[in-house]
Design a protein around this ligand. Sequence first.
Ligand code: HEC
Ligand code: HEC
Length: 358
Amino acid sequence: MKKILVPVVLTVLVVVAISCTKKDGSKGVITGGMEPLLQSALDAGMLPIPYELKVMEGNPSSPEKIELGKLLYFDPRLSKSQLLSCNTCHNVGFGGDDYQETSLGHGWAKGPRNSPTVFNSVYNTSQFWDGRAADLKEQAKGPIQASVEMAATPEYVVEVLKSIPEYVEEFKLAFPGEADPVTFDNVAATIALFEATLTTPNAPIDKYLRGDLAALNSEQKAGLAVYIDQGCVSCHTGVNLGGDGYFEFGVFESPDADVVAGDKGRFALTQAEGDEFAFKAPTLRNIEYTAPYFHTGKVWSLAEATQLMSSSQLGIELSEENIKQLLALMDAFTGEQPQIMYPTLPPSTDNTPKPVWK
Ligand code: HEC
Ligand code: HEC
């Protein structure tokens, strides 16, 4: 009986394997009984958000460091005006960004780019639209010092924190064994560790990718098929459904000039030929929360952003039906939002520098 079954099973497998061969000739992995759509999603690199905290190289975590990082994330005294905190432009109650086309910083200066969400940013392979910071710790040092953002200096930040005894205590707890733990480097390290907790697991897409076939409805599944077959997935994949590669904005067709705003993206960093107008493909997680879209924030409608992606990145015109299905799918990219209790910040003292607005 077994002898007969084996060749039969093998023949069936071969037939299935042939029918699973995609247009580009690559074969899907065959696992017994798996919905082919789910298999294609996994083959294309889509992954659920892990439940455990991501470990960041060279920046070991602890509850004390996360708690301190949280205080610093919310503390506007790290800015020269003492009015802007990380949370001003990356609001944890509102998708982790600021709902502005481009961010407003010190002295109401308008920055050149849209604020990306901090949620799940620990899963990006680099930070910023052009990837100029390798990780969250390096990234956190940027906005504190940027003149159009918080406009402070490392020395200023250390002076503010050292003037507040509760902060000095918190740093000692977080970095036991360091003689002088109130440093700019430790500020960046703890903020990064707090940010690493800002993930949004258990979106319907995550449940589906873990094998819960009922987590997506039929319209969302149709959207997923479009997302994979038409090629959105080639740039927006991995855990973050984006965040791990740079692509020219306008592979097939350049978007309107105001959507690009002359920003050459990664080219300014690398001067490499292929990098002109290349940007990090942003995460599509919680995308319904993070309008307006693109590095200029010039597009407010997700339908319009999707339409623009299909013409600029794929060189196709998607049907209204397909756009609707993609929008339904992107609803399923919204996960459980972090539940953050707003911290009580320690009071200033007479020695704390006062706000400066110029
Ligand atoms: C004035 C608004 C503003 C403030 C304040 C601000 N940011 Fe940002 N943030 C931005 C903008 C705009 C960008 C994108 C800049 C770019 O890519 O060139 C950004 C990028 C980021 C990114 C990269 C995310 C990604 O997907 O690439 C992270 C992480 C981040 N900020 C964290 C922080 C932290 C931590 C603080 C506080 C220390 C902070 N930001 C303060 C506006 C702000
Ligand atoms: C060739 C790579 C590529 C393909 C294919 C692609 N994208 Fe993008 N996508 C990008 C890049 C790069 C950006 C950022 C462009 C910018 O703002 O400079 C982006 C931005 C977006 C944004 C805006 C996100 C934000 O936070 O501002 C959405 C939404 C989006 N893509 C959806 C899609 C959809 C849906 C598809 C399929 C129809 C798709 N993309 C296909 C690379 C791609």
